[in-house]
Design a protein around this ligand. Structure first.
Ligand code: F6P
Length: 509
């Protein structure tokens, strides 16, 4: 943490011609690294004696950033998850947390509406039809401004601010307007759609302008960065050279930084005797089937759970698989439960599972063991160890960390991964059995190939995938991003305050 005085970085920034503004006087602390994400990295829990406490949430982003935050003593700005409630900033382990309040209506319009019923389906190949509502957009702008204000208040002069994901695409621009002295990075955890799809967004220009406020914009795949640069070319006439465009006299870079997982933590859990015993117990509880197939997803229509169930039930119907020999465990963790499309999906999945089990279950064995829960990491690793075949059949997915977690758990180099080519992970895990989830016959054949893989072939594939994963740990991901952000050229001049910004003009588009 830096005090209110001038930091070395701020002095350097000033030498380079930037104005290193002080954070507002009322801000009690200022930080050299500020992460801005829709959610805080903690969940509220009730202790045994009835007190409120905060426990580190299990998500991938938290795992990815915790080590950097620990080293730099950073601040994390995000929503604490409870509408209509103001929570004061507080320290939690190595992080300082700044809760951003959202009222009930903002949760509905900004989070459930614009973020998850406009952007989410639009950015995931319009698998579900996106809805465009001006009131949702207004709420998105308002809430993004609130996050930007909080970041501006807690960032030390010349600090690095790293904004995360599609919920906060306007923050880089808004933050730069308030604090031109900052280095601003943005990482998009979900896909960035092709121009032809992105063009549907009525607010396509202000969203791009929001992103262009960053110095470095990270994407999961090279294709996402290319899609973004094509959009910038189409709507701003800017041509990229070596993935860099010049925008308002600044260089803005768009690059792929595929996110990963904490390999060491997973390997350690996978090696524990109690976790291995739990995996054996899971197999016994299912009646010792020859093959356990596993799907682990948030209950989301992008994950291809219906396609997977269809393929599995047809394999049972065709007699290529038999209940007792094969069981599918499907973990579907609850997600965005107030959003209509998620509610409908849950009904559909649960009636499909009911139909499959009603048709194929025996007294001793079940076809699909469906679990609508989230589990702690220890139980997840036991499931990965128990699974002979991992099924990742997403119709579109920014990365898919489940695929990587499965690989990281398989230290004995056995097991097979069936992986959709529409995931970011497929760019790296070329030795998986790659599938097109829309092709049900192809998916069925690939599931059978995975089940029947010879131990030698399974081991060859798994070794190669493990080499790839072990080389690309999540700490490397955040280091790579932050190192490149630190190298991004400083702005030559400040954006002019006198003429209306392009963002404002475009807001009226
Ligand atoms: O990037 C997608 C993401 O926002 C993840 O960060 C998160 O784990 C998941 O979607 C679910 O997010 P939420 O429950 O906040 O909608």
């Amino acid at each position: 943490m830096s005090g209110p005085g001038k930091t070395a970085q701020a002095a350097k920034a000033e030498r380079a011609g930037r104005t290193a503004k002080q954070p507002p006087a009322e801000s009690p602390r200022a930080f050299d690294l500020v992460v801005v994400a829709n959610r805080l990295p903690v969940d509220r829990v009730q202790t045994a004696n009835g007190e409120v406490d905060w426990r580190r949430s299990p998500g991938g982003l938290v795992t990815a950033l915790a080590p950097v935050m620990a080293k730099t003593d950073g601040a994390w700005i995000g929503w604490h998850g409870a509408p209509d409630e103001k929570v004061e900033p507080f320290a939690n382990g190595d992080m300082f947390l700044v809760p951003v309040p959202l009222d009930e209506e903002e949760v509905e319009l900004y989070y459930e509406g614009f973020a998850n019923t406009t952007l989410w389906p639009l950015y995931h190949d319009v698998i579900a039809p996106p809805e465009f509502h001006r009131t949702w957009w207004e709420a998105y702008r308002r809430v993004n401004q609130r996050f930007a204000d909080a970041a501006a208040a807690y960032a030390a002069p010349g600090a690095t601010v790293w904004v995360q994901d599609y919920q906060l695409q306007l923050v880089p621009r808004l933050l730069r307007e308030a604090r031109p002295d900052l280095r601003i990075g943005f990482f998009n955890h979900i896909p960035f759609p092709p121009l032809e799809i992105y063009a549907q967004l009525p607010w396509r220009r202000p969203v791009l302008e929001g992103l262009l406020g960053a110095d470095l914009i990270g994407f999961q795949r090279a294709n996402d960065a290319n899609n973004f640069l094509r959009c910038v070319r189409r709507f701003f006439g800017l041509t990229a050279k070596q993935n860099t465009v010049n925008y308002e006299d600044r260089a803005v870079r768009a690059e792929a930084f595929p996110i990963s997982i904490d390999i060491a933590q997973i390997a350690e859990l996978a090696a524990r005797e109690d976790v291995k015993e739990r995996a054996a117990q899971i197999r016994r509880d299912l009646g010792n089937p020859k093959t356990i197939l596993l799907g682990v997803d948030r209950l989301d229509y992008t994950k291809g759970i219906r396609h997977r169930l269809k393929a599995f039930s047809e394999l049972l119907e065709d007699g290529r698989l038999r209940v007792g020999d094969a069981t599918l465990i499907q973990v579907a963790s609850p997600s965005r439960e107030r959003v209509e499309s998620y509610r409908l999906l849950r009904e559909e999945i649960e009636s499909t599972v009911g139909r499959i089990n009603g048709t194929y279950d025996t007294m001793q064995h079940t076809a699909v063991r469906y679990l609508h829960h989230s589990y702690p990491s220890k139980e997840m690793i036991a499931l990965y160890l128990a699974a002979d075949v991992m099924l990742v059949t997403a119709l579109r997915d920014g990365m898919n960390l489940v695929a990587k977690e499965y690989i990281a758990s398989r230290s004995e180099n056995n097991g097979a991964l069936v992986l959709s080519e529409f995931t970011g992970a497929a760019d790296e895990l070329k030795q998986a059995i790659l599938i097109n989830p829309h092709d049900i016959d192809g998916l069925k054949d690939s599931i059978m190939t995975a089940i029947e893989l010879s131990p030698a072939e399974a081991s060859r594939r798994m070794r190669s995938m493990r080499r790839q994963i072990l080389d690309h740990d999540v700490e490397r991901w955040s280091q790579d991003f932050l190192t490149q952000l630190a190298q991004s050229p400083l702005p030559a001049k400040q954006p002019s305050k006198s003429k209306p910004s392009r963002a404002k003009k475009a807001g009226r588009e």
